[in-house]
Design a protein around this ligand. Structure first.
Ligand SMILES: Nc1ncnc2c1ncn2[C@@H]1O[C@H](COP(=O)(O)OP(=O)(O)OP(=O)(O)O)[C@@H](O)[C@H]1O
Ligand SMILES: [Mg+2]
Length: 245
């Protein structure tokens, strides 16, 4: 099994001739847990959409699991930044989570009772099992976010992309959630977009700062307040980089 799960070389991307990402190169290895940080509009969500094959690069190479992003998409669990689920649609939590299987490699592979067990297991791990029969539209923002995370996890993806998944989750659950992600990393590879660099640096093992270009750090380098604020400056080159990633 190849160790390189995501390979990006010299990627550039523009929206309407306005450059959003320039000269992006990164190798993501199996079982890596990357934190992706950077200022608003820096291109983090755009990078995830390129990895998913929803957007096409202007130039450069993207290989996911040694194939094209579109072909690899069924191996990727994705939690978008803003859930696009119609809140008024009468669908239960259980059904939302099961939807994570319909477009995946595992279209209901287990039969109904095993499927129920699997859904319960994922809901339990996110502490939302008691909400299983509730309508999605009746849940709070943080509860809905956790259901969408469960939907991304249910197909046992090889790669999990999370775009600010905990922005509506209270801090007591957030710590548990990150501990869960860290344990999942023994099996899968995770890219997590977050604005909370200080918090995530104790969970992730690598950090990429995306601000049009991309700069990598080992997470144990993100130690000082100056460095953290440096990640959000206009010019990422002002940061002292010493990791050889
Ligand atoms: N569909 C689109 N059409 C045109 N421009 C877009 C589109 N989507 C994003 N952009 C622009 O691309 C740039 C990068 O946006 P992106 O959403 O990737 O940033 P981000 O790093 O995820 O920001 P945030 O932290 O606010 O989520 C921004 O300047 C944004 O205005
Ligand atoms: Mg974004």
């Amino acid at each position: 099994m190849a160790n390189k799960v995501i390979e990006i070389q010299d990627l550039t991307f523009s929206f309407n001739n306005v450059p959003v990402l320039s000269n992006i190169s990164i190798d993501v290895e199996r079982n890596d847990f990357w934190g992706i940080v950077g200022p608003n509009g820096g291109g983090k969500t755009t990078l995830l959409k390129l990895i998913l094959g929803f957007l096409k690069p202007g130039s450069g190479l993207i290989k996911i699991l040694e194939t094209d992003p579109e072909r690899a998409r069924t191996q990727i669990g994705y939690v978008p930044q803003f859930g696009s689920m119609d809140k008024a649609f009468p669908i239960t939590v259980q059904q939302v989570v099961e939807m994570g299987l319909t477009d995946s490699k595992n279209f209901f592979p287990w039969g109904q009772s095993k499927l129920r067990c699997k859904v319960n297991e994922v809901l339990e791990s996110l502490k939302i099992l008691p909400l299983r029969k509730k309508y999605f539209g009746e849940l709070s923002g943080g509860q809905q976010q956790r259901v969408l995370i469960a939907r991304a996890l249910i197909s046992d993806p090889e790669i999990l992309l999370l775009d600010e998944p905990t922005s509506s989750i209270d801090s007591s659950v957030e710590g548990d959630f990150f501990t869960l992600l860290k344990s999942l990393c023994k099996e899968i590879t995770i890219l997590l977009v977050s604005h909370d660099v200080a918090f995530i640096s104790s969970y992730v093992n690598k950090i990429a700062c995306v601000n049009n270009s991309l700069v990598c750090h080992a997470s144990n380098e993100i130690t000082t307040p100056e460095l953290i604020s440096g990640l959000y400056k206009d010019s990422v080159t002002s940061i002292h980089h010493k990791c050889g990633l």
